[in-house]
Design a protein around this ligand. Structure first.
Ligand SMILES: Cc1cc2nc3c(=O)[nH]c(=O)nc-3n(C[C@H](O)[C@H](O)[C@H](O)COP(=O)(O)OP(=O)(O)OC[C@H]3O[C@@H](n4cnc5c(N)ncnc54)[C@H](O)[C@@H]3O)c2cc1C
Length: 616
């Protein structure tokens, strides 16, 4: 039975109102994807940078030093297409071991945890060069992981040592002119030749990052209608590489078209089995997404620091512009967006590592478990991508504004950052597609009971704000209640949406988008609160409290608006009236009265004392 058929059957069998509630075992949810959906703010655990181990810190320091001392001085040169310099840096990153973090030791890699992999790209971003980060990330993520996860021993032996060291560069060619977001609809074909020695690939792949510089490419084609993955070698006849695209941003990275013209690929270069191309293509994208969340959140911090330096110096009306309230508000929001992205990113890697740390790396099915665990965190991966890319978009846009006219001039750094940022909301699945994934996965998790969402919904029907195991002295008690109100509100909307549409909800984009926005807002608030709660009392916790207060105030508004849109659209008559009454009653019971301006002022005061982003 297919997954769609299972979903259909289950939706017909039960409606959520028929379910009994019973206590949820939160301990069992640690390390599970989507745990944040059902784990209230006083329960559960999130990993954050405050819990980095000494080894994590060592990688952070080494990569940060390399980013600041080696990449940053070359920034301008790397902002334009410069193959030799890009390859030099790429190889140096390889020599430091940073390209092989996900690769098994027997193939020359470091086989480290997912948190370390993210710490490295996070810290390398301190070089403030988006182009080289895109080059390295495409290589380590979408290009190399398919071979790590699905390659046979011969393929791993042939490719991984050279890819991990940076001797070879990899690329991943999935997109076609007619198959972008609908990635599996490509028309490239692969036919076995008469001798049975080679597949002949015919088709065109567009927008291939690293394509002009790579030695190896993972690509996809249909074998008798079955979508299949292949490894292309530099010497494959018929692999024709097109001109470099002239891009709006990340101009220092290579992006080309591949023309596959009877491209002769040896049978031994089939990756996985015929027909496995879909899962191979998609599973690596999860990793690409949360890594993009990391590089963008890191980028937001550096853009903020740059804008702050400028605002400290630029004078108008006999004052430095940092003294103007409107500029200060921008900085407070920038700090908060960057911190939110950071919180989400390490929550995810910590959760994945929690599960993978218990698995024997030498087990035959180790990489199958890795894929399943990462796939289980698909909702978090999409959230990370959306939160990080939108945090950076906001920050760069305000960065340009703070620079005024100079923000528009190429001599200053904001113009380039503005152009470089834009791609992040497009590749690794557009943010629309990622919102569809978030909504669709929520539905799937509810219907297939992957996590006890239906129990959670049932348990909240009568009581939207459960008794929380928090001290009455907890300074953010009303924020905690507001978060739980948002969780229940999201459950209410999910419940009503499923009642109306069943599994067809996944196609109702007018509802899926605001539902996804509620989930994203909830994940930010929930993760932030749990991160804050785990901190030891002291100055850092006080600083985090200021930022969390603004984060909750902002995300609460997102939730309220999205939830109201859904309810007003779905319901009518008495049902709508009683739903709106319910919302108003429980909203009132939170006792939550956000004071956004006070929050913003507190954050700016701290930022100006610290003189740069200070929550690392
Ligand atoms: C610089 C750059 C580097 C890239 N690198 C690579 C790479 O290395 N390898 C690779 O394979 N690809 C790569 N891509 C391709 C990239 O992943 C795609 O451009 C992206 O997935 C979007 O596809 P598309 O451009 O065809 O847009 P479309 O799919 O045509 O989308 C157009 C618009 O419609 C929206 N849309 C589409 N479908 C839906 C839907 N179902 N519901 C709601 N809205 C929808 C989209 O969100 C978007 O706003 C790269 C692209 C660029 C520009």
């Amino acid at each position: 039975m297919s997954e769609t058929e299972v979903l259909e059957q289950k939706t017909k069998q039960t409606t959520l109102t028929e379910l009994e509630s019973f206590p949820i075992d939160y301990d069992k949810l640690v390390g599970r994807g989507g745990a944040f959906l059902v784990t209230s703010v006083d329960e559960g655990y999130v990993f954050s940078r405050e819990e980095f181990t000494e080894e994590h810190k060592m990688f952070d320091q080494t990569a940060r030093e390399y980013g600041e001392n080696r990449i940053m001085p070359l920034c301008e040169k790397l902002n334009v297409l410069n193959k030799d310099l890009s390859l030099e840096i790429f190889r140096e990153i390889g020599e430091l071991g940073f390209l092989g973090v996900d690769v098994p030791e027997e193939y020359g890699g470091l086989a480290l945890d997912k948190t370390t992999a993210c710490i490295i790209v996070d810290a390398l971003s301190s070089g403030r060069n988006a182009s080289i980060m895109v080059t390295a990330s495409a290589h380590t993520g979408i290009a190399m992981l398919p071979i790590v996860w699905y390659g046979n021993p011969e393929q791993k032996q042939k490719y991984l040592p050279k890819l991990a060291s940076g001797e070879w560069m990899g690329s991943y060619a999935l997109t076609e002119s007619g198959a972008g977001s609908d990635a599996l609809s490509g028309t490239t074909t692969a036919m076995l030749n008469e001798e049975g020695t080679h597949y002949l690939l015919n088709g065109t792949k567009i927008f291939v990052t690293n394509g002009g510089w790579c030695d190896v490419a993972v690509t996809f084609a249909s074998v008798n209608g079955k979508y299949t993955a292949f490894i292309l070698d530099k010497d494959c006849e018929g692999w024709v590489i097109g001109e470099e695209e002239k891009k709006m941003g990340i101009k220092g990275s290579s992006t080309v078209t591949f023309f596959l013209e009877d491209c002769k690929v040896p049978v031994k270069n089939l990756l996985g089995n015929v027909g496995e191309g879909g899962p191979i293509a998609f599973n690596v994208l999860y990793v690409g997404r949360y890594k993009l969340g990391v590089t963008t959140a890191a980028g937001a911090k550096f853009v903020l620091d740059g804008a702050l330096e400028y605002a400290n110096e630029r004078e108008q009306f006999n004052k430095t512009i940092k003294n103007f309230g409107m500029i200060q508000r921008k900085f407070a929001n920038m700090v908060t967006r960057a911190w939110e992205g950071d919180s989400i990113n390490y929550m995810i890697t910590g959760s994945i590592d929690h599960t993978l740390n218990t698995v024997d790396k030498s087990a035959e099915n180790y990489f199958e478990i890795v894929q399943k665990t990462i796939e289980d965190h698909g909702i978090e991966a999409s959230i990370s991508k959306v939160v990080g890319s939108e945090a950076l978009a906001y920050t760069v846009d305000e960065g340009v504004q703070i620079y005024g006219g100079n923000g528009f001039i190429e001599e200053y750094p904001m113009a380039c950052a503005y152009r470089d940022e834009r791609i992040n909301r497009i590749f690794e699945g557009t943010n629309e597609i990622n919102r569809l994934i978030i909504g669709g996965t929520l539905l799937k998790k509810a219907i297939l009971e992957e996590i006890p969402l239906r129990d959670a919904i049932a348990s909240r029907m009568e009581n939207w704000i459960p008794q929380l195991n928090l001290s009455e002295n907890e300074l953010l008690l009303s924020e905690a209640k507001a978060i739980e109100f948002c969780r229940s509100f999201m459950f209410h909307c999910l419940h009503e949406s499923i009642l109306k549409y069943g599994q067809d909800l996944k196609n109702e984009q007018w509802v899926i988008e605001p539902l996804a926005n509620m989930v994203i807002a909830l994940s930010i608030m929930d993760t932030g609160f749990k991160r804050y709660r785990q901190l030891a009392e002291g100055e850092h916790k006080n600083h985090v409290r200021e930022v969390l207060s603004l984060s909750v105030a902002d995300q609460y508004e997102v939730c309220l608006q999205a939830g109201r849109d859904i309810v007003n659209y779905l319901l009518s008559g008495e049902k709508l009236t009683s739903s709106l009454e319910l919302i108003t009653k429980w909203e009132g019971d939170t006792g939550y009265r956000p004071d956004r301006i006070r929050c913003q002022k507190a954050i700016v005061t701290t930022l100006y004392t610290q003189k740069k982003y200070y929550l690392n």
